[in-house]
Design a protein around this ligand. Structure first.
Ligand code: GAP
Length: 446
């Protein structure tokens, strides 16, 4: 079987498992779907929330030098002129003269011909038009009048909400440089070629942190954040052999960046960006200061001379990280001649952290199991399942990414111990409720 076929197979399997188990559904599916938008189902919504919380916790709660923010999606339109997005946030667009399909000129090798999806763009015998620049920002109108004076942009990155609040956050929190501002929120880009499931979509979420530093310390903090972000992925149990750094060359650098490194993951469709770490220098604050005439310079008792802080940005996609977890966690194992699917999600962010099963629906087992379930539910995301053979119940939870299965059996009624099955090692241990809670606390929260 060809390499390409294997790659497509894996993506197909992940899309299919996502639908079957309730991670991700095609958006507006009963209307035939709408290209490249996806809805997160019960397990997906939980996983996404856990992921965002895990990032938020690492970035804000566990540190004293980063504040949180939740800025509006709709901002003053001048923000986007000032930031350079109106003039610079473009991708090169080409059309196939034969089938009229549109492609990003710089991503032709990743694109498929719509007439023959097994082929790449020019294989259909078509010819491409000259590239023209296409702005990726969505526009709408603020208020009832649909005229140019009322155009507003739907933010393409969350970062600008942080820059325009730099003074507000600094003054209200009394933070001193170096310090950061973190934000999680939706961003929208009218991508020319969305695709690869939730990898590139037109509506997505970002987890961005902007760290304000003295210009003389930019390299030190850039290196520091590269290391921190790498460790964060490591802590999620991702296979780090599938991660690598990619440094942007002159041609790739965004209009605002002096240096940029991407953390890339090896997806079934190739190495692609998962997160960007950028040294944005004083570009953003200088531009906003010039446009608004507000003094965004900084000084304090250490830095007595006023300066415009440099910004080190860490910018990760929520949906893309979630896809990475699904791709990285997907595993097939043959057990007693049967192919079994495992979603090996870290217990820290798994949508179901523990599942409780009474072995049979009699002899006091369901009653005991329900008590255990209610006890665990106070601390962990717990699921109770009484229906079907125990093997099938384990299998459902393995696909859902649940790391621990707890079974109440005949012996439980005698000595109050139950089996705890580890999804990954498949080892089973017997323990009582108190030990079980301690065990799960340690496994999940470390
Ligand atoms: N503020 C800087 C910024 O937005 P970016 O490299 O354009 O930088 C950062 O985006 C991250 O946002 C990417 O690494 C990716 O994870 C995510 N992202 C960007 N465009 C996306 C899209 N169309 N669909 C899903 N995620 C996207």
């Amino acid at each position: 079987m060809s390499q390409k076929k294997n790659e497509n197979d894996l993506m197909d399997k992940i899309v299919s498992l996502s639908k079957r188990r309730g991670f991700v559904f095609p958006s507006s599916e009963i209307y035939g779907g709408i290209g490249s938008t996806w809805d997160y189902g019960p397990l997906g919504a939980e996983l996404k929330r856990n992921l965002k919380n895990y990032w938020w916790d690492a970035m804000t709660n566990r540190r004293d030098d980063i504040e949180g923010l939740d800025a509006a999606i709709l901002m003053h339109p001048e923000v986007w002129h000032t930031s350079g997005h109106v003039s610079e946030f473009t991708d090169p667009l080409v059309d196939c003269k034969k089938c009229k399909a549109r492609f990003r000129a710089d991503q032709l090798e990743m694109s498929r011909c719509p007439l023959k999806p097994s082929k790449s763009p020019l294989e259909c015998g078509g010819e491409l038009t000259e590239a023209r620049q296409f702005n990726l920002m969505f526009k709408t109108y603020m208020g009832p009048l649909e005229d140019d004076a009322n155009i507003v942009y739907i933010r393409p990155e969350t970062a600008q909400g942080i820059y325009v609040n730099f003074l507000n956050v600094k003054n209200s929190s009394r933070q001193k440089i170096p310090f950061g501002i973190a934000q999680v929120g939706k961003a929208f880009r009218n991508e020319i070629t969305p695709g690869n499931f939730i990898f590139r979509t037109r509506e997505f979420e970002q987890m961005e942190m902007q760290f304000f530093v003295h210009p003389s310390e930019d390299q030190k903090w850039f290196d520091y954040w590269r290391e921190e972000r790498w460790k964060w992925y490591e802590s999620l149990g991702i296979n780090m052999d599938k991660m690598r750094w990619h440094e942007h060359d002159e041609k790739e650098l965004a209009h605002y960046a002096k240096t940029a490194f991407d953390i890339e993951y090896e997806y079934p469709f190739g190495w692609q960006e998962l997160e960007g770490i950028h040294n944005r220098t004083d570009f953003d604050l200088s531009r906003h200061m010039e446009a608004t005439k507000k003094d965004l310079r900084y000084s304090d008792d250490v830095y007595t001379e006023k300066f415009i802080p440099y910004i080190i940005e860490t910018s990760a996609g929520v949906d893309r990280t979630l896809l990475t977890l699904l791709v990285d966690g997907y595993d097939e194992v043959e057990i007693k001649g049967e192919k079994r699917v495992f979603m090996r999600l870290s217990p820290k962010i798994a949508p179901i952290q523990a599942a409780v099963f009474p072995l049979v629906k009699k002899d006091g087992m369901p009653e005991f199991a329900e008590n255990v379930y209610h006890e665990l539910k106070k601390r962990f995301k717990t699921f109770y399942d009484v229906s079907g053979a125990i093997g099938r119940r384990y299998a459902r939870m393995d696909e859902a990414g649940c790391p621990f299965g707890i079974t109440i059996d005949g012996q439980t009624i005698e000595d109050e111990t139950m089996t705890v099955r580890d999804r990954d090692s498949m080892e089973q241990k017997r323990m009582k409720v108190g030990e079980l809670i301690e065990f799960l606390e340690k496994q999940i929260y470390g």
